[in-house]
Design a protein around this ligand. Structure first.
Ligand code: UD1
Length: 424
């Protein structure tokens, strides 16, 4: 298993090009199943998760070719089964459900099973398909969905905001007969990125980016060439890297409109944020001050940046209250940060972080993607040598992490022990 050795305590200075968004790519790739004549996606990051989704699409029968960050999909699906072995590796595999069902009238997708950051059910995905007229059964650990006459538009009212279920709803409704209204839809930028791609393919979707989306179903979709947006979570992570190390980083391609909630909080901590022509510059001239956050669906503070922000609060001046409202059990980075000397007390969904001037280096490991990167950030801020293990989690969501940080002055090295990386 690979690990990272980090000699911390150095301020980071320089420029980082933000990659394409993992979460946008993970919903745009399955849209390739819906086209009659292929789909070309640009700016698709090369990550364990996107490669895994490409593998799943190949399994279904698509030809998927990658040339750098451009992925070309063509052909039609001849296998409508997404098996456990592929789905268990990545929960986003559930995003093939809507496309397969809408285009082929049938899908069989394994239930994702347990997940390190909470139970994460898929009931909303199932309810969407039922609202559009599908017959759904759960048997042998699989979601079996059928719509032999095709899906029919309907009104989908979400009891809670779900990014993935909104994406599945958009894709399913794009090829349903008649109109669909999605109420309490997710407003994340990834949703608009998907809606714009589907519209370029011939779909008729309006209202994306708001909480009510209207879809007029069409009979078929054609090819398009579409670019994945920049990864706001990767950008936010490096913005926090600038703050936690008292450095200055320019993040090329970062989009301020996707990062409002973070930018507001970082300014509260005393950081300086400057918008340029093609990106944002984040800097912290001195030790950051404490600030409180509550995670919320977009445009609120993203849960995917909570762990990173907590790492920064561990060394901030003052006390910070961090409330997690999206996922239960998303504080698994806390015991590891505490091993590095952080003062954090968790009470239910809230963590109270009392900032310390310095943390102490330690060997740490984490159990999910964002938790792992929060430990990398903590190690970057800590004088001495820390080791972060189980970094295959990082490879799911950060492309060229060591290279990007290394060229900004971080002393970070990947060590390999060999062995199998897969355990989730
Ligand atoms: C997506 C992101 C993930 C991010 C999350 C919240 C991708 C690939 N992943 O995950 O990085 O952390 O949004 O911003 O885009 N829920 C249900 N039933 C369902 C579906 C969800 O109860 O059928 C609950 C979840 O347990 C969670 C909440 O809804 O408490 C939000 O989850 P959701 O927005 O669906 O997250 P994902 O789409 O899985």
């Amino acid at each position: 298993m690979d690990r990272l050795r980090i000699e911390g305590g150095l301020p980071l200075h320089g420029e980082i090009i933000v990659s394409g968004a993992k979460n946008a790519a993970l919903t745009l790739l399955p849209a390739g199943l819906m086209s009659d004549d292929g789909l070309v996606l640009e700016n698709v990051p090369r990550l364990a998760d996107t490669l895994s989704m490409e593998g799943l699409l190949r399994h279904h029968g698509l030809a998927v070719e990658r040339d750098g960050d451009v992925v070309t999909m063509s052909g039609t699906a001849n296998l409508l089964d997404a098996p456990y072995d592929l789905v268990r590796k990545m929960r986003a595999s559930i995003l093939v459900l809507g496309p397969l069902l809408a285009r082929y009238g049938e899908a069989r997708v394994s239930l994702p099973g347990g997940c390190a950051i909470g139970t994460r059910p898929v009931d909303l995905h199932i309810r969407v398909m039922q609202a559009l007229g599908a017959i759904v059964e759960l048997a042998d650990g699989y979601i079996q969905a059928r719509a032999p006459q095709g899906l029919t538009g309907g009104r989908v009212v979400f009891p809670m905001v779900s990014v993935g279920a909104t994406e599945n709803a958009l894709m399913a409704a794009a090829l349903a007969k008649g109109q669909t209204e999605i109420v309490n839809a997710a407003r994340e930028p990834e949703i608009s990125n998907l809606a714009e791609c589907l519209n370029a393919m011939g779909a008729k979707i309006t209202g994306h980016g708001t909480d009510t989306i209207i879809i007029e179903g069409v009979t078929n979709l054609k090819t398009a060439r579409h670019a994945v947006i920049a990864d706001r979570i990767e950008a936010g992570t490096y913005a926090i890297a600038a703050g936690i190390t008292n450095g200055r980083l320019t993040l090329k391609r970062a989009n301020a409109r996707h990062l409002d909630a973070l930018i507001n909080v970082l300014r509260e901590t005393g950081m300086d944020v400057v918008e340029g022509d093609d990106g944002l510059t984040f800097s912290a001239a001195e030790r950051v001050s404490a600030a409180d956050i509550i995670t919320d669906p977009f445009p609120g503070f993203p849960t995917d940046l909570q762990a990173q922000f907590m790492a920064m609060m561990s060394v901030a001046d003052g006390s910070s209250r961090i409330s997690e409202t999206i996922f239960e059990n998303r504080f698994m980075h806390v015991p590891e940060l505490v091993r590095m000397g952080a003062d954090i007390k968790v009470d239910g969904g809230t963590a109270l972080v009392r900032g310390r001037k310095n943390l102490t280096p330690a060997p740490v490991m984490a159990t999910d993607l964002r938790a792992s990167v929060s430990l990398v950030l903590a190690a970057l801020a800590t004088e001495g040598t820390s080791e972060v293990s189980r970094i295959y989690h990082l490879d799911r969501g950060y492309s060229d992490l060591e290279k990007k940080l290394g060229q900004c002055g971080a002393r970070i090295e990947r060590l390999s022990d060999g062995g199998d990386n897969e355990d989730e």
